[in-house]
Design a protein. Structure first.
Length: 206
């Protein structure tokens, strides 16, 4: 399980100037969206710390752009606020919206072995989100339960996946798909010797 205080930068140590700028822009958007949604719900930092499991100090650093959250911390905050994670990483938009690959910001785990890239524009739907996931060889990424009623669909594009949902484990090969309740503890495991790629659809309860 990811440390709530692990608010490291979303770029790799060898990231180029473009990645640095992208991470800084993402950090500013997360800070603004977090602050707006927290205040709209009448929640103090202490309130959000209790509901999300992320410390008050870490939340304050994120809101003031002093640190960028990892993907695990973003999920905790989204659950604590009761909003889709897309509401934290981008502003809702109306009409036709195009998301260019170069404009989508990677979210990374603290150990850098798990990456999540949004495939749908922020605000495209309040109920459905689509991501491309990459998991390094012989790695596991654990996820805390999402909001009640949330479900996920995972499709294996390349490599393999051993999907853990509660006490169950399911081995998947390229082309296989699994649907499961994401409001339970779950983790993605890549037992293979090469990086694996997945498509992940998150469906929120109406």
């Amino acid at each position: 399980m990811e440390d709530p205080l692990a608010t490291r930068k979303l770029n790799r140590p060898n990231a180029g100037p473009g990645d640095e700028v992208g991470a800084a822009d993402l950090g500013r958007r997360v800070a603004e969206n977090l602050r707006q949604r927290r205040k709209a719900r009448g929640m103090s930092l202490d309130d959000l710390a209790r509901s999300s499991g992320v410390s008050r100090a870490a939340l304050s650093q994120i809101e003031t752009c002093k640190s960028n959250p990892t993907v695990g911390v973003l999920w905790k905050i989204a659950v604590g606020l009761g909003v889709p994670i897309a509401e934290l990483i981008g502003a809702p938009r109306s009409g036709v919206v195009v998301l260019r690959r170069a404009d989508s910001q990677l979210l990374r785990s603290a150990d850098g072995k798990f990456e999540s890239r949004p495939l749908s524009p922020a605000g495209a739907s309040p109920l459905v989100e689509l991501y491309e996931l990459r998991l390094s060889a012989r790695s596991v990424h654990a996820s805390d339960p999402h909001s009640p009623g949330t479900r996920e669909v995972l499709v294996v594009l390349s490599g393999v996946c051993r999907m853990h949902v509660g006490d169950e484990a399911h081995d998947l090969s390229p082309g296989d798909a699994i649907a499961f309740p994401a409001d339970r503890l779950h983790s993605y495991e890549n037992p293979g010797g090469s990086e694996a790629r997945y498509h992940n659809v998150i469906v929120y309860e109406r």
